[in-house]
Design a protein around this ligand. Structure first.
Ligand code: SF4
Ligand code: MG
Length: 302
């Protein structure tokens, strides 16, 4: 990625919740002492998509296509499972055009983390209703109230296999930092849905509106035996629907007993963890190693 002064370059609107998320990341990357050579931030399209450019530390970043951040991230992680992969995408990006990728990343339980900058609108394109804007709400760019029902990101993630599911609030910088840290350290596919005020286009779910409602969740989210899964998921989904009066923040669910996709791959490819695609030679003595017969031979299935 090109080098620049991220602070001068940043063009998010004044008061945008994205600044809170970025500040959380600045604090956590210092705390985790991450090896930046092995840390990549993958984003989609939208205001959140600019995050890799503004990231406070020298990381690797890739700003991809609308709705496809998870698909790119999956490719990076599976070709090089030693990489720490953090995905940052918007609510329109993730639950609109990217909904299929969101569902399938959960089913696979890939060992990476997704942060959703959830502001209820498509901010970069002037505030159209996104899939998380509730029905009946009329933000300032809409000529009439929204007639679509909204997606509940927490409930959706829990029903499709995410093994770490949390909700943060962009201006609770320390709380969000802790949630992102837990998501990165979790073994499996993690979602942190971050309520992110967009002062330019969402004049309903504002910073003040959230501050009156948010509180810390008081459930034990950790699964200690697979028998507990239905009860823990039901409890988490039920709490995730609290919204109008009170909005819970924190970890809704955490289960490290489910095998990750990388572990499932290793069952079929025993040397996958030490001879993963990113370090395999693609050519030897002028001959491509991608010849089908050679691949079969290497896997001893020919
Ligand atoms: Fe933030 Fe909204 Fe401005 Fe985008 S349009 S930078 S989300 S305030
Ligand atoms: Mg959005």
């Amino acid at each position: 990625m090109e080098e620049h002064n991220a602070t001068e370059f940043n063009d998010w609107c004044i008061g945008c919740g994205d600044f809170g998320i970025l500040r959380s990341e600045e604090l956590l990357t210092d705390e985790l002492k991450l090896d930046y050579k092995n840390f990549v931030v993958v984003s989609g399209i939208g205001c959140s998509g600019k995050t890799p450019h503004f990231f406070p530390n020298k990381i690797s970043g890739i700003h991809t296509l609308h709705g496809r951040a998870l698909a790119f991230a999956t490719g990076i992680k599976l070709s090089n499972p030693s990489m720490e992969v953090l995905v940052q995408a918007g609510d329109g990006d993730t639950f609109g055009i990217g909904a299929g990728h969101f569902v399938n990343a959960g089913r696979r339980n890939i060992n990476m983390a997704l942060l959703v900058h959830d502001n209820g609108v498509y901010g970069l394109t002037k505030g159209q209703a996104s899939p998380t804007l509730h029905r009946g709400e009329k933000t300032k760019s809409l000529p009439k109230p929204n007639i679509n029902d909204s997606i509940n990101p927490i409930a959706l993630a829990l029903s499709v296999g995410y093994t770490f599911v949390a909700r943060g609030f962009a201006y609770d910088v320390n709380g969000t930092k802790e949630l992102i840290k837990k998501a990165i350290m979790h073994k499996g596919m993690a979602l942190v849905d971050i309520l992110q005020p967009c002062p330019s286009y969402n004049d309903i779910n504002t910073n003040e509106w959230y501050r009156k409602r948010v509180y810390n969740l008081d459930i034990d989210p950790v699964v200690k035996s697979m028998d507990e899964v239905p009860q823990k998921i039901n409890a988490a989904i039920s709490r995730s629907y609290e919204w109008e009066e009170k909005i819970p923040l924190g970890v809704f669910y955490q289960n490290e007993l489910v095998p990750t996709f990388e572990e499932r791959l290793k069952e079929n490819i025993p040397d996958y963890d030490v001879n993963y695609p990113a370090i395999q030679k693609i050519e030897e003595q002028g001959e491509a190693n991608t010849v089908y017969e050679k691949l079969l031979q290497a896997r001893k299935v020919a």
